[in-house]
Design a protein around this ligand. Sequence first.
Ligand code: NAI
Length: 379
Amino acid sequence: MRKKIYWIEGDGIGPEIWRAARPVINAALAKESDLALEWIELPAGEKAQAETGTPLPQATLQALLNADIAMKGPLGTPIGTGIRSLNVALRQGLDLYACIRPIRYFYGLETPVKHPERVNMVIFRENMEDVYAGIEFAAGSRESRKLIAFLREELGAGKIHETAAVGIKPMTENGSKRLIRRALRFALDNRQESLTLVHKGNIMKFTEGAFRQWGYDLAAREFGTETCTEKNPQPGKLLIKDRIADAMFQEVLLKPEQYHVLATPNLNGDYLSDALAAQVGGLGLAPGVNMSDKLAFFEATHGTAPTIAGQDRANPGSVILCGALLLEHMGVPAAAARICASVEKAIAAKKVTEDLAAQIPGAKTVGCAAFGDIIGENL
Ligand code: NAI
């Protein structure tokens, strides 16, 4: 049996990390299943720009709209095309509303905290709304002055200075709930202990405060028999709690073992994902997936690393671990576990790419291709 995987190679280090990663993903699957992956490349980024005159051809978008699984390498920000960011265009065009990032520690990495092994969380970040909606106006512009005048005169918002820059933070009940629902389903399916709603509702009452309330309402209404709250904890049920975003940054440093699945609005989730990845020393190993109701689109979380591109120096680990997420999503968790164990073993053997070597005392640096080979052999 074959499963179609649409993939975008990406710019910069994209080609070399995929050359190292795809054989590992294929081999891990072959060891655990009769299923094989049929990789179908879709043009995007610089390659597509050169071939078709646009960095995001309509045919690519259409194929992704019809797909259920896809993967992508990093895409640079195109200059002079009218597209602000290819990643944002893909997210918006495909309604990829949930950005999901697992954060775990790999033994052997030097990290800034004493007990990185206590961190094992999955972040569900809302991906479409919040201050990332792209509605903002420059200080002193005609648009912002007009908006400020409206806010002052019609809505009584007298405190905004007429020269202010302004941004809009839209958050909907539906947009928040579909993200939280997905996080709840994941937490229950994977027998996680708790789900935490991370918000700044003490200050932003009608946006982030509503996110918190919508979360509790949803858990009670749709998952009432399987969940409980801190006010009324019940053994064996998924504990739903909430934390104010600033306090959450302290909590994940001081008591990370008390947190398992996090559901967050866009901005909080963006900050928290990188902070937690740094906490486990794993920025170079962070996989992620963006999901709509139809498509799971796996992607390395780093960029195109242009200064090391084409030099066999990039770390393919993030794409390889994306492969593990993909295989888990496809229902072959044993193949996913095999990849994670192989990455762990490569780190323990201290033969790693230069970025990881800088975090492992006594490590020997190997190139991108060789690191992929080592992980492949460990399978
Ligand atoms: P970046 O992630 O490309 O690089 C940041 C630093 O990390 C650099 O020192 C780079 O050499 C290093 N690095 C990144 N990935 C690495 C890897 N796999 N192995 C070893 N070292 C690695 O971020 P930057 O420089 O801000 O962005 C470069 C370009 O990438 C920009 O055009 C940006 O828009 C794009 N970008 C794309 C993303 C995506 O497609 N998801 C995400 C972030 C940035």
